[in-house]
Design a protein around this ligand. Structure first.
Ligand code: PHE
Length: 458
């Protein structure tokens, strides 16, 4: 039975370490790079509101479910699904959920690594004083120069993938514990420094208004907001599940999930408060796309006192935040290869890493030589580059779909006795959780999907 099972990959030293590691997974490029630019592209206020609702009503309940499944199964998500389905006497077919997560994880990492490469190159650009006294046009051309050079992007992408493989091959625990304990609080502090700079631009209130005043949003925007709630909390693909499998039985899942979601959301909102005042103060476009933070933050670093140092430290921390997320993206796959194929962690990490690196070439080229090669999928999107397509399919389709079935598994397939075993330390919260994952969460995901393709109108 679940109680006796232990993970062959080891266990977190204590609950704080689990929370740190899961927060390390959650807080990453999603918060600082992606949240601001998709908020900008989707008109601000209403988008943020929908995103926050999704975090509360969909994200937190699914995070609890995912940690719970992992902790009960104690194996990679693929084997956890097999074990739990068997334990509940259900079809082993549920294993596909684990597989979809593995695929989503390496597809996400393939482009995540390229963007993390941008952040790495910005450490050096800032350090070299490239942004001192810079204008908005200047920052823009520095960014365009970088992304139009496939060789440079490739070099950074390669370096980041090597860094990721190094940590994963040493085992997640040893690699992460130190990084997250010191670096995350520092990142938090620096974001506050940038927000304070943003207050001095004279456009702070414009930024606040943009983020928090409701406007209009379409069905696609709602889907993107929901997809981002999954992406930013690392849900729907097994990252949190596999971290949950290294958690021991005597820790409260409920508290952990709430802490992780809270920390993640605060970081995203701080990033928004840092960036949008700079956007408006410099007459920039909020909908500038994936380059947004690279075209705004350097202006702050080029003009504030001690900006070079703040900038270097900031981009370094951003790279660390991306690093602690990246390792969780391939941990499910690596854990599986170790369990089923008897590979060593090193071999498994390199194998998955090289494969991911290769797929990443598509993203590297989609900002330059393949800029005009686009894809369209009816009812979903038109003329998306390779990068846009990967991002859309993973964040807006695969993760919510994974999350939907995790909710269904936890609420309808598992016996109530099993979930109560794991979550009932707070009986009231357990009840609320159960109503949410049984009805509200699945329904919300389905409605958002149907609404986005125009099948229904809300
Ligand atoms: N949550 C990470 C971020 O916001 C990305 C991620 C997604 C990590 C899915 C793991 C799984 O950057």
């Amino acid at each position: 039975m679940a109680e006796q099972r232990t993970s062959i990959h080891g266990q977190w030293t204590n609950r704080t370490v689990f929370i740190l590691a899961a927060t390390g997974s959650a807080v990453g490029l999603g918060n600082i790079w992606k949240f601001p630019y998709i908020t900008g592209e989707n008109g601000g206020g209403t988008f943020v509101l929908v995103y926050l609702l999704c975090i509360a009503l969909i994200g937190i309940p699914i995070m609890m479910a995912e940690i719970m499944l992992g902790r009960r199964g104690k194996q990679s998500p693929i084997n956890t699904m097999i074990a739990l389905a068997k334990e509940e006497r259900r079809s082993p077919g549920w294993v596909w959920l684990g597989w979809m997560g593995v695929v989503a994880g390496f597809l996400i990492l393939s482009y995540y690594s390229v963007i993390a490469g941008w952040a790495m190159s910005y450490v050096f650009r800032t350090g070299g004083g490239m942004f001192l006294g810079v204008t908005a046009d200047g920052v823009n051309s520095i960014f365009t120069d970088l992304v139009s050079d496939p060789e440079r992007l490739l070099a950074w992408h390669t370096l980041f993938m090597v860094m990721t493989m190094m940590v994963v091959s040493r085992g997640v625990k040893n690699g992460i514990e130190r990084a997250v304990t010191f670096l995350m609080p520092l990142l938090f502090g620096l974001l506050i420094v940038i927000v304070i700079y943003a207050m001095t631009t004279g456009y702070f209130m414009e930024g606040v208004q943009f983020l928090f005043t409701p406007g209009s949003i379409d069905g696609k925007g709602v889907l993107i907001a929901m997809g981002h709630a999954f992406f930013t909390l690392s849900l729907g693909m097994g990252a949190i599940m596999v971290y949950g499998s290294y958690l021991s039985k005597d820790h409260s899942i409920v508290q952990a999930a709430i802490w992780i979601a809270l920390a993640d959301t605060v970081v995203a909102l701080l990033a928004g408060l840092a960036i949008f005042p700079i956007v408006f103060a410099n007459g920039l476009e909020p909908g500038a796309g994936p380059g947004l933070i690279f075209q705004t933050l350097p202006i702050a670093f080029g003009h504030m006192q001690g900006g070079t140092l703040v900038g270097v430290v900031f981009f370094t921390l951003l790279v660390f935040a991306a690093w602690t997320s990246a390792i969780s993206l391939i941990e499910p796959a690596v854990a599986y290869l170790v369990e089923n194929k008897g590979l060593t962690r090193i071999y498994a990490s390199v194998l998955i890493g090289v494969f991911t690196w290769f797929v990443g070439l598509g993203t590297v080229f989609s900002f330059n030589i393949w800029k005009d090669k686009t894809f369209s999928i009816p009812y979903m999107f038109d003329n998306f580059t390779f990068f846009d397509t990967l991002d859309y399919l993973t964040a807006n389709i695969m993760l919510p779909l994974g999350g939907l079935f995790i909710a269904i598994f936890a609420a309808w397939v598992m016996r109530q006795q099993s979930t109560r075993d794991e979550l009932a330390t707070y009986p009231f919260i357990y009840m609320v959780w159960r109503v949410l994952v049984r009805f509200i969460t699945p329904l919300a995901v389905i409605v958002v999907f149907l609404n986005a393709i125009g099948a229904i109108k809300i």
